[in-house]
Design a protein around this ligand. Structure first.
Ligand SMILES: [Zn+2]
Length: 58
């Protein structure tokens, strides 16, 4: 049985997701969670840049 790299549970199937620029094989639950976290991280990154006056620096 494959083991999820995130929650370390044995699962039937692993899906490959991008997390922090790397590809990891995780279960579907973690894949969903990682996708959400990546989205939030991206949003908060730009929010922080806005707050710090880094507008237009990208
Ligand atoms: Zn998992």
């Amino acid at each position: 049985m494959p083991i999820c790299k995130s929650c370390e549970d044995e699962v039937d199937e692993l899906v490959s997701v991008k997390a922090g620029g790397r590809r990891v094989k995780v279960c579907e639950d973690c894949a969903e969670r990682l996708a959400e976290e990546a989205e939030i991280a991206e949003m908060s990154e730009s929010a922080i840049q806005d707050m710090m006056g880094y507008k237009g620096r990208r």
